[in-house]
Design a binder for this molecule. Structure first.
Ligand code: ADP
Length: 471
């Protein structure tokens, strides 16, 4: 039995602010088997709904040395859907209005990382073979493990995996945190954590100290070795390329299933695609677009930020207007994009629609009713929207980057390589050509998209393989 302690700052359904919460909520359950005992350790944040808190069982308490401080840590546990979750409690650090963005995040996450190790030492609950850490909030675990715990027999054999979900956030603080908070001033780590003379970078520490580093798609693991994608750490990813790899995230196939989705007007599968047309007509009606199943409906369902390649889309809106196609967007974000989409929806409401909001149910109706999902991202560590679209028989049109490159190919969607509006337009025209002139080809691509396996099952297999390799 391989024992894995999965450490994260958030996990659905307890706390979820983004993709990390989804992964931490799905992956441990998918990896667990008779050969893998995966348990999850989280901070007991005040954002956890009361109904879960009420069910938690108090186990023990211990103190956590943090620089010159000694802080209380309570341990709670809760079994949820067959997985054991541990919650580390300290009200000073975790009873806050926000999950992140507090003035002392650098200290809060250092406390959490140290408390994970003290949990192993004191709680008498679980001595893992592997600690699987996620993002910068847990980046100090591999560093502290090696520098402060390796002499203790229980810790000698523990291996670490560090997964990067979001490279933008690295945890950069004044150099003083190294001694004052982490208690690492007289160790080799003191120099390794420094990203320049005066800045300590937690994530950099994890990349140097972990046994294996993963990102959420194989292509993104390659890309971050280049300056354009590396967020200042490409040099380090190159140094550690032998232990760096990518494993695609999955989507939950029970949650995203056009045959069972209760929020879409008509359920369908790959053998009943005619019903998808009905969903499209209803969607056109709902969005105020021309009611016509023969005009292809392109959609975007996304945060409206630069990362998502919306400058290309913005630039192409006049071209879209010239073509026989419709375009609907659902998203919130930067005002310049919102305004551009609203403008076109205003001047040509038969062809353009802009829903500037976050609306999970409308998103489902759009995945079900659309023909093409546009996702021309500048960079995309994994991307879920393209996988959801495929499951609903909506063909993705993507830029070949990160997880988009790893999931979309010529038989299940459309793609272009360079971040260039003309290249994107060429891909749009290819899609239109197939839509209007090669109906059977379109149908075959839909069927291919709907039968791809981007479930957690496939990712879990990869993680199990990785765990086996390192112990
Ligand atoms: P990212 O995590 O970078 O935002 P992903 O493609 O990985 O991008 O995941 C985005 C998820 O959020 C998808 O499930 C998508 O359907 C959903 N989403 C994004 N914007 C909206 C919105 N305005 N309304 C509903 N769902 C949205």
């Amino acid at each position: 039995m391989i024992k894995v302690l999965f450490a994260a700052f958030e996990a659905a359904p307890f706390v979820k602010t983004g993709g990390l919460g989804d992964v931490a909520g799905s992956l441990p359950g998918a990896v667990s088997s008779s050969a893998f005992d995966v348990r999850v350790i989280l901070p007991k944040l005040s954002a956890i709904p009361e109904r879960y808190v009420k069910k938690m069982e108090f186990v023990t308490s211990f103190s956590v040395p943090l620089g010159w401080r000694n802080q209380y840590c309570g341990l709670f546990r809760l079994k949820h859907k067959g997985i054991m979750y541990y919650f580390l409690d300290n009200e000073y650090y975790f009873k806050r209005d926000n999950v992140y963005g507090e003035f002392d995040d650098g200290e809060r996450v250092a406390f959490f990382s140290k408390a994970v190790l003290e949990f192993i030492l004191h709680a008498d609950e679980f001595i893992p073979d592997i600690i699987h850490c996620n993002d910068w909030h847990t980046a100090l675990v591999p560093v502290m493990l090696r520098e402060q715990y390796k002499e203790i027999p229980e810790f000698a054999g523990i291996k670490t995996v560090f997964t990067i979900h979001n490279l933008k956030y690295q945890g950069k603080y004044s150099e003083f945190v190294i001694g004052d908070i982490c208690g690492l001033e007289n160790t080799a780590a003191a120099a390794q954590l420094l990203s320049d003379e005066h800045t300590a970078n937690y994530l950099q520490g994890a990349v140097i100290y972990s046994d294996r580093i993963t990102t959420v798609s194989p292509s993104y693991a390659e890309e971050i070795r280049m300056p354009y994608y590396g967020e200042g750490l490409d040099w380090l990813f190159n140094r550690r390329k032998d232990v760096l790899s990518g494993i695609l995230n999955g989507i939950d196939y029970r949650v995203w299933d056009p045959a069972k989705d209760k929020k879409i007007p008509l359920n369908y599968d790959a053998s009943s695609l005619a019903k998808k047309h009905k969903n499209k007509l209803l969607l056109q009606e709902e969005l105020g677009l021309e009611f016509n199943k023969d005009i292809p409906l392109f959609v975007i369902i996304s945060r409206l930020t630069e990362q998502k390649g919306l400058d290309l889309v913005n630039y192409l809106l006049p071209e879209f207007q010239q073509r026989s196609m419709q375009f609907a967007v659902l998203g919130v974000g930067d005002k310049k994009y919102e305004d551009a989409f609203l403008y076109y929806a205003d001047i040509d409401s038969q062809k353009f629609s802009a829903s500037i909001k976050f609306d999970g149910e409308l998103a489902r109706r759009m995945y079900a009713g659309a023909d093409v999902l546009l996702m021309p991202s500048r960079f995309e560590p994994c991307g879920l929207a393209q996988m959801i679209a495929m499951r609903y028989g909506t063909l993705p049109l993507v830029r070949e980057t990160g997880g988009l490159k790893d999931t979309v190919h010529k038989n299940n969607g459309f793609s272009f390589l360079n971040f260039n509006a003309h290249d994107m337009l060429y891909a749009v025209d290819c899609a239109l050509d197939i839509w209007f002139n090669r109906k059977r080809r379109w149908r075959a691509m839909q069927k291919q998209a709907m039968t791809e396996d981007y479930s957690w099952k496939a990712s879990a297999r990869e993680y199990r393989k990785l765990y086996r390799e390192i112990i």
